[in-house]
Design a protein around this ligand. Structure first.
Ligand code: PLP
Length: 415
């Protein structure tokens, strides 16, 4: 080809260029770099259980694979898997539904994506109201589906919970959905049954709004409150899309199994999600369907033991964080995160002369100087930029060693 020939350009779409890279990736890359240099790192970044998937679940998938379940499946999945999910939601969550109201997807993340794609349009000014700080993927997913995110900020003083009045004030005629995540990533707190009821009363007066309830951490709760599903409240049940999955409670993050339940309008949203899925990725990995009934029905003891371990870690982490100077941290009551406010230390300098200006530099300098990795709260929205997130999906030894190390480091910072 002559050198003067036109070089073809690969023009990226606005869609691709508008999606921010995950801020946690920068920290993960740094952790890998330090480990490769032989440094010992205590990482509190992981958003996934450190346990193995219970064996009975793995055996079910292996059996399915060996018996030939390795081909395309219908986009709606197997009747057995859908019925097992519907049965779980009826008996454990009090949600009136049938297998027809269920969509099974590649992780709860894909369930949320498909639900948003089923509910939002591009170019129509559709809004989704989200209490913040909130999971980093919500805003990109809402934008990709054509909508815009309207934040309702919460505070650590209120355990990161928004009042019905605050959420109501953010709802406009353009609001298509409110997306609520309880227990919350990154906040580690959850709405009580009474608080869910009070929110439902408020939603009752906004009949045009769909409630997308992300309950992925539903099984991981440690306080006195019980989890209540919005979908179990008859007055609003027809407008609720319940999101859940096997990733977190069953230590199955890599399997990519999530689901949505939407009984309203004869399962119309679930059906639309299955149609979208049929064009996007057909189905989940075929042998995973057989693992779903087993996970939901035969792992009560495994779940109980993982939950007890997380509960002990939650208390230990909170107790140790409470000893840090000038830091507030609501007690984690759900999920596996603590979300302390560290902004009182912004503007300070370490003895080595490094400046801690914000949550991002806090996390970077902390990692560099102490070998402890945390996630800056910046990308979670709301008051997130004043916070850092620590996951307690790691051993008690790591918590007992790493959390006090941060406290000692904080003591050395000066104005
Ligand atoms: N929702 C929240 C709040 C999460 O934190 C996560 C994962 O981190 C997900 C959904 C997605 O879970 P999955 O791994 O099943 O896609």
């Amino acid at each position: 080809m002559p050198s003067s020939a036109i070089v073809p350009t690969m023009q990226l779409s606005d869609r691709a260029t508008s999606i921010p890279p995950s801020i946690t990736l920068a920290i993960s890359a740094k952790v890998r770099e330090l480990k490769a240099d032989g440094r010992e790192v205590i990482a509190f970044g992981a958003g996934e259980p450190d346990f193995d998937t219970p064996k009975v679940i793995m055996d079910a998938a292996i059996r399915a694979m060996q018996s030939g379940e390795t081909h395309y499946m219908p986009a709606s999945g197997t009747p057995e898997a859908r019925e097992a999910i519907a049965e779980k939601l009826r008996t454990e969550n009090g949600i009136e539904c049938t297998a027809n109201d269920i969509s099974i997807n590649a992780g709860a993340k894909m369930s949320i994506n498909l639900a948003l794609m089923a509910l939002l349009d591009h170019g129509k000014g559709h809004e989704v109201v989200v209490p913040t700080p909130a999971w980093v993927s919500y805003e990109p997913m809402i934008n990709l589906a054509g909508g815009s995110m309207v934040e309702v900020p919460s505070t650590p003083e209120d355990n990161f919970k928004c009042s019905p009045e605050h959420i109501s004030a953010a709802i406009t005629p353009d609001t298509r959905a409110v997306l609520i995540n309880s227990p919350s990533n990154p906040c580690g707190t959850m709405y009580s049954e009474d608080e869910v009821r009070a929110l439902a009363d408020m939603f009752d007066s906004h009949p045009h709004v769909v409630i997308i309830s992300d309950e992925i951490y539903e099984q991981l709760i440690y306080g006195d409150d019980n989890h209540l599903s919005f979908g179990a409240i008859p007055e609003i049940a027809d407008r609720v899309v319940t999101i859940n999955g096997l990733s977190k409670a069953f230590a199955m993050t890599g399997w990519r199994i999530g689901y949505a339940c939407a009984p309203g309008n004869n399962g119309a949203v679930a059906k639309a999600m299955n149609t979208l899925q049929s064009q996007l990725n057909t189905c989940i990995a075929s042998f995973c369907y057989a693992a779903i009934p087993v996970a939901l029905n035969e792992t009560a003891d495994d779940l109980q033991s993982m939950r007890a371990t997380f509960a002990a870690r939650a208390s230990l982490m909170h107790e140790l964080i409470s000893k840090w100077p000038e830091v507030t941290c609501p007690k984690p009551t759900g999920a596996f995160y603590a979300f302390p406010r560290v902004a009182a230390h912004f503007g300070k300098t370490t003895p080595a002369g490094r400046k801690v200006d914000d949550a991002v530099s806090f996390a970077e300098v902390l990692l560099e100087e102490t070998g402890v990795a945390v996630v800056p709260g910046t990308a979670f929205g709301g008051c997130g930029p004043e916070h850092i997130r620590l996951s307690f999906a790691c051993s008690e030894e790591q918590i007992a060693e790493g959390v006090p190390r941060i406290g000692v480091w904080l003591e050395t910072l000066s104005n």
